[in-house]
Design a protein around this ligand. Structure first.
Ligand code: ZN
Length: 276
């Protein structure tokens, strides 16, 4: 997933992270932080979210995470965070086990379901919708449209619809030339809708079957802000999270163990939040 051009960036960022901690040695954690920055955008810790925004973000990301964790053709979860990064209030990051160059129908349908997980969690657990899902919805719609119009993955068959006129030098699509009838346009729309709704229904079934696990992820996110792959696995399995280990400032190897505060272990608060 990390392109060659990013490698130099990664090395620089790792060294900077070590320097920020007054260390002369670059440690694994410096590399991990750098990798997350390259993959997910820079953290914006100065961006202050209200408690309500944090809660919405935590449930939204937990929705993505549970669908990603439980769908068979999904890429493994890498990290989930409710620390704003780039333009996003939260991020659910998946990493493919190998570089992918070709996508199957199952994989794309899974991607759409994962994208729907965020909005669904807001609807089901907080009984509301937010603009936070706008980007997910846009990407899911765009992907479905490509599946129908470019990749022949719908009941309309192996045809392409809409010839693209691209200006190669600028590398972007300038206009879409319509080469199909009004009737076909309606069929395309209905197939796009079917694909997006299919993902929505799949995600909904997973979320409803795994309500408790989703709530545990959301509460753990509110407490810890970031969860890695192993922590997510433990939470979904209903196991206790181990105390968090972070390197101490100014140290080259000594680590400090953060003990969880008593009574704040992620779990299901009885009776709340009330699923719709
Ligand atoms: Zn989202």
């Amino acid at each position: 997933m990390i392109a060659g051009a990013d490698i130099a960036n990664l090395v620089n960022e790792s060294a900077l992270n070590a320097a920020r901690q007054n260390r002369k040695v670059v440690m694994m954690i410096d590399f991990d932080l750098a990798k997350d920055k390259v993959l997910m955008g820079a953290e914006r810790k100065s961006m202050l979210l209200t408690e309500e925004e944090k809660k919405v973000t935590a449930y939204h990301e937990a929705g993505h995470a549970i669908v990603a964790a439980l769908m068979p053709f999904s890429d493994p979860l890498h990290k989930v965070t409710i620390i704003p990064r780039g333009m996003a209030l939260g991020v659910t990051m998946q990493l493919p086990e190998t570089d992918k160059h070709n996508y199957t129908l199952d994989y794309l349908n899974t991607q759409i379901a994962v994208m729907m997980g965020g909005r669904l969690a807001e609807e089901i657990f907080l009984n509301q919708m937010s603009t936070g899902a706008g980007n997910d919805i846009e990407r899911a719609t765009e992907m479905s449209r490509k599946m129908v119009c470019e990749w022949g993955m719908s009941s309309l068959g192996p045809l392409t619809f809409g010839k693209k006129e691209e200006q190669i030098f600028l590398g972007r699509e300038l206009s879409q030339h319509r080469d199909f009838s009004e009737e076909t346009a309606r069929e395309i729309d209905s197939e796009v809708r079917r694909l997006v709704n299919g993902g929505y229904e799949k995600a909904k079934a997973i979320i409803l079957e795994n309500r408790d696990a989703l709530i545990r992820i959301a509460l753990a996110l509110l407490e810890r802000e970031v969860l890695d792959a192993n922590e997510l696995k433990l939470i979904i399995e209903g196991k206790q999270l181990p105390a968090r280990v972070i390197p101490q400032k100014g140290d080259d190897g000594v680590q400090q163990v953060l003990k969880p505060e008593p009574g704040r272990t992620p779990g299901i608060a009885p009776g709340k939040p009330s699923p719709a």
